[in-house]
Design a protein. Structure first.
Ligand SMILES: Nc1ncnc2c1ncn2[C@@H]1O[C@H](COP(=O)(O)OP(=O)(O)OP(=O)(O)O)[C@@H](O)[C@H]1O
Ligand SMILES: [Mg+2]
Length: 265
């Protein structure tokens, strides 16, 4: 098997005296869609920030293509939990930013860029809102802008922190399908991007991912990795299948105890 794209070896992270992530060891394979689930506060965002190069582990090692992760890089596109839009830019301006500064945009002419920006905005269902500013949008709309900004840049590695959480159920399903298309579910495994996708929603993790990493809380540790052997391409048929329901149920049982513990704390 090929070397992992991303490797975490006994990664721990503390803030002041409190251990948030403890001895997390995890490989993300090249072209893999990996989902991370776990109760609120278990350290998911902290893990993603470390992968993005925005936080340093307190101990342990993190590598990308065999080299230590020492900071952010253009090959990794990040979508933050709080959207992190530029308030002074319009919807179009925010999406354009992802393209101009991402690896994909460099090769395009201005006309091609403009075309891709419009297409991406349309894809996330924001046609007609191109000239609005973030403060004029609902939470769900802001989340779509952040998604469009990330997708426009087409990075090799997508690091996503609950990217669909604020969306209504219908839009969410549409964007799950769209995300799988962008990831490359219709292409051979060797041509797929690598995705690390954080979510609270177990059914979403099961629908999207090749593997689901379940974290426990206080501190965040790896509880189990579950292989999702549902066939691809996936779609509505997958969502209705018995295998899908069984996998979702087994992951729910894994984190139920953790979720209760986290709620009671
Ligand atoms: N910069 C920081 N300084 C101090 N404590 C922090 C910092 N960032 C995170 N923490 C703490 O680390 C723990 C894990 O936070 P994190 O945001 O990674 O959790 P999470 O799993 O993403 O939660 P949620 O599901 O609610 O988004 C929390 O207890 C949080 O208060
Ligand atoms: Mg979080």
């Amino acid at each position: 098997m090929s070397a992992p794209k991303i490797r975490l070896e006994a990664v721990s992270k503390s803030f002041d005296a409190s251990v948030v992530v403890e001895k997390l060891s995890l490989d993300v394979r090249d072209g893999e869609f990996l989902a991370i689930v776990g109760p609120s506060g278990c350290g998911k965002t902290t893990v993603l920030n470390m992968l993005a190069g925005l936080e340093k582990p307190s101990s342990g090692a993190m590598t990308l293509n065999g080299r230590p992760i020492e900071g952010p890089g253009a090959e990794r596109g990040v979508m933050f939990q709080d959207y992190a839009l530029f308030p002074w830019r319009t919807v179009r301006g925010n999406v354009e930013f992802g393209l101009v500064y991402g690896p994909a945009g460099q090769a395009l002419s201005p006309a091609q860029r403009a075309e891709r920006v419009e297409r991406t905005i349309e894809m996330v269902g924001l046609k007609g809102s191109q000239d609005k500013y973030p403060h004029q949008l609902s939470g769900g709309m802001r989340q779509r802008v952040a998604l469009a900004r990330l997708m426009a840049s087409e990075p090799e590695i997508l690091l996503m922190d609950e990217p669909l959480a604020a969306l209504d159920a219908q839009t969410r399903v549409i964007l799950q399908d769209e995300l799988l298309r962008i990831w490359g579910q219709d292409r051979p495994a060797s041509e797929r991007r690598t995705v690390v996708f954080i979510t609270h929603a177990i059914d979403e993790a099961v629908f999207l991912a090749d593997r689901v990493a379940v974290l426990s809380s206080h501190p965040g540790r790896l509880k189990q990795i579950v292989d999702i052997d549902l066939p691809r391409p996936r779609g509505d048929e997958t969502r209705r299948s018995g295998a899908f329901a069984r996998l979702s149920q087994s992951i729910w049982e894994l984190i139920r105890e953790e979720a209760y513990r986290a709620t009671m704390n």
